[in-house]
Structure formats: C-alpha cells, structure tokens
Design a protein around this ligand. Structure first.
Ligand code: NAD
Ligand code: UDP
Ligand code: UDP
Length: 316
C-alpha cells in the first residue's frame, strides 16, 4: 500500500519536530518545511536517517509546489519574544503562509490542519474558554501580529472550506511545553527550568497571579493526530487542545524550584502589555468527538522536561 505523504510546515520547531516523529512512527512519509527562524536542525537530526523523511528549507510566505496527501500547518514562531521581534513577518507567516498552504491543499485536494491558538481568545472575558467564545483581542497591541494573524488564518481556513469544499481541521492549542523547546525561547516553562537549573533568579512577570494551563507535548501531539485522523471531514473544529489543569505563574515557579531543589530566588519583573490574565481550555468538545483528554500531569511533565534541559545544558 502506498504510504500517505504528509507536509509538516514548521517541522523543525518544538511541536513540529514531535509531529514529524509521530507521523513517521505511524508509517507516513513526511516532508518537513521550515525556514529555521526559530526551528533547529538538532530537533530533527535523529530523523534524517529515515528514508521517508525529507527537509525543505523554505519560507511559507512564498508559494510552494509539492504533491502531498495531508498538511499540518505549524509554521509560525510561538513565543512572544520571537513573534514580536519581526511582527510584520509574523503576520505574513500567519496570513500569506496560510493562503499558500490552503492554495496548495486545494490544488492537490489534501486535508489540512491549522495550528491555531488560545491567543484567538485574547484576554478572555469568559472562563474556561469554549470554542463558541469570540474572544477579546486588542487589534493594535504588541500581540496583535500573532493573535489577529491567527484569527485571520482561521477565517481563511473556514472560507476555503465553504468556498472550495476543502477538508480543514482547526485546532486551538493552549500552552504546551516539553523537550525541544529552545533555550532562548522565552516561554515561561523553559525560562523557569533553565533559571532554576542554573540557580539564577526566576523572573516572574507581574505579580504572578495570572494563570495558564500547561499541556505536555506528548498529550498534545496525540490530540492533534486523533483530531486529524479519527474524525469525519465534516468535523472541522475549531477545537480546543490543551490541559485544563490551571496554575498561577507563581505556583509554576514554586513547583519548578521545589522539583529541582534549586537555590533560585523569585524576582518580579513588569508584566508585558496585553498579557492575558487567565487561560484554561474547556475540552469537552475534544473529549466527546475524538475521546481525547491529557494523561500527563504538570508534575510528571515537568520531570521529563527538567531532565531534557539538564542534559542539554550539560552538553553545551
Ligand atoms: P516554534 O517556534 O518552536 O516552531 C515554529 C516553527 O516554524 C519553527 O521551526 C520556525 O523556524 C518555523 N517558521 C516560522 N516562520 C516560518 C515561515 N515563514 N516559513 C517556514 N517556517 C517558519 O513554536 P512551536 O511551539 O513549535 O509552535 C508551533 C505552532 O503551534 C505555531 O504555529 C504556534 O503558533 C502553534 N501554537 C503553539 C503553542 C505552544 O504552546 N507551543 C500554543 C498555541 C499555538
Ligand atoms: N499556491 C501554492 N502552491 C500550490 C498552489 C497554490 O503555494 O500548489 C499558492 C499560490 O501562489 C496562491 C495561493 O496559494 O497565491 C492561493 O492559491 P489559490 O489557488 O487559492 O488562489 P489563486 O491562485 O487563485 O490566487
Ligand atoms: N512569564 C513569566 N516569566 C517568564 C516568561 C513568561 O512570568 O520568564 C509569564 C508571562 O507573562 C505569561 C505567562 O508566563 O503571563 C506565560 O507566558 P508564555 O510566554 O510562556 O506564553 P503566553 O501564554 O503568554 O503566550
């Protein structure tokens, strides 16, 4: 039987590399497309011996012609410091990139998954967030290049679905962490773990009473692939994908210090603008539709992530 050929954009990034690995494990042929803006070859180096894996260095804001059966569109920096570094490029990636990948999907009649985000809810006025909530986003703030870009990408996905009958799967991913996050990524879990391993100050922004709900990467990848593989084409989403266990950022800092037995002290830095105060997914739709819910607690996931960064720092 011919192997299904899958394109993974952003395939050398944190989540993309885990998706590539998972799909190869399921017997797919995988084409990883990445411009290496935040992605790294070391995330996928272990896959290079596999004859069913190939990499194309390419920026998805430019057209791409390949023949594939499915597309996972993950290309886009996810960390606020990286997506705000070149905000115009972020909007181009989310919007022009989506148009190109949708045009490609249309030409080859491929099913296409979009890595959308909890950021489409902005600073949410309802809690926990359900998929029917339209969000509270500042259209001109520092986060808008990402939030509004991802919102426009969702619009494009649904218009290609309605106008061209394209099979789309839109997943709204909530904060996910785990091995292969980049050291300089700037997201909270990797920052705190690296600071604690080095006995440096832990930088809590604001008072640390803002909340997030953290999903371990293996759970998330399982959720995404179940959504794409195990639901009918008429189930487009959007569907929330995340772990509903909610923690304050201060609680996260304390857990990391305790787990590592670190001498680090917590310091308080200014809260970045438009930083959402609360975030927690309602995942009933994913549970009901493809029988998914995360299995890995924050404590267990942190142990695995600390082990990864500990080894990584020692290898430098
Ligand atoms: P990441 O920064 O590690 O990975 C993004 C990848 O996309 C990198 O390899 C980068 O080089 C590549 N890329 C960026 N712009 C590109 C372009 N124009 N052309 C080609 N490649 C490009 O981030 P991640 O955490 O792996 O996130 C992957 C996707 O999931 C992103 O779309 C992000 O918005 C989404 N997401 C992630 C989270 C999370 O918590 N990790 C939460 C919500 C949504
Ligand atoms: N596109 C691409 N690869 C393909 C097919 C299309 O990158 O295999 C790009 C193409 O450059 C176009 C975009 O996708 O700008 C949208 O394509 P669509 O066919 O929807 O629109 P049109 O070509 O009519 O603008
Ligand atoms: N944060 C923090 N210290 C850090 C990095 C982040 O207190 O060193 C906070 C940040 O202000 C936000 C939360 O942790 O409230 C999650 O930040 P992250 O950048 O990981 O993701 P976000 O959910 O904001 O996109």
């Amino acid at each position: 039987m011919k192997k299904k050929r899958v394109l993974v954009t952003g395939g050398s990034g944190f989540l993309g590399s885990h998706i590539c690995e998972h799909l190869l494990g399921k017997g797919r042929e995988v084409i990883c497309v990445d411009n290496f803006y935040t992605g790294r070859k070391e995330n996928i180096i272990h896959l290079l011996d596999n004859p069913y894996f190939e990499i194309i260095r390419h920026d998805i804001t430019f057209p791409l012609y390949v023949e594939v059966d499915e597309i996972y569109n993950l290309a886009c920096p996810a960390s606020p410091i990286h997506y705000q570094h070149d905000p115009v490029q972020t909007t181009k990636t989310t919007v022009h990139g989506a148009i190109n990948m949708l045009g490609l999907a249309k030409r080859v009649n491929a099913k296409i998954f979009q890595a959308s985000t909890s950021e489409v809810y902005g600073n949410p006025a309802i809690h926990p967030q359900t998929e029917d909530y339209w969000g509270n986003v500042n259209p001109i703030g520092l986060r808008a290049c990402y939030d509004e870009g991802k919102r426009c990408a969702e619009t494009l996905f649904f218009d290609y679905n309605r106008q061209h009958s394209l099979a789309i799967k839109v997943g709204r991913i909530f904060n996910t962490y785990g091995p292969r996050m980049a050291m300089d990524d700037g997201r909270v879990v990797s920052n705190f773990i690296i600071q604690a391993l080095r006995d440096e100050d832990i930088t809590v922004y604001g008072k640390g009473n803002q909340t997030r709900s953290f999903c371990y990467v293996d759970d998330l990848v399982d959720g995404i692939v179940r959504f794409v593989d195990n639901t009918d084409d008429d189930f487009t989403g959007p569907v929330n994908l995340g772990n509903p266990d909610e923690f304050t950022i201060l609680e996260l800092a304390q857990s990391v210090i305790e787990l590592i037995g670190s001498k680090s002290k917590i310091i308080f830095n200014p809260l970045p603008s438009d930083d959402p105060m609360r975030r927690k997914p309602d995942i009933s739709l994913a549970k009901k539709t493809f029988d998914w819910e995360p299995q890995i607690s924050l404590q267990t996931g942190l142990v695995k992530t600390v082990e990864y960064f500990d080894n990584y720092l020692k290898s430098l």
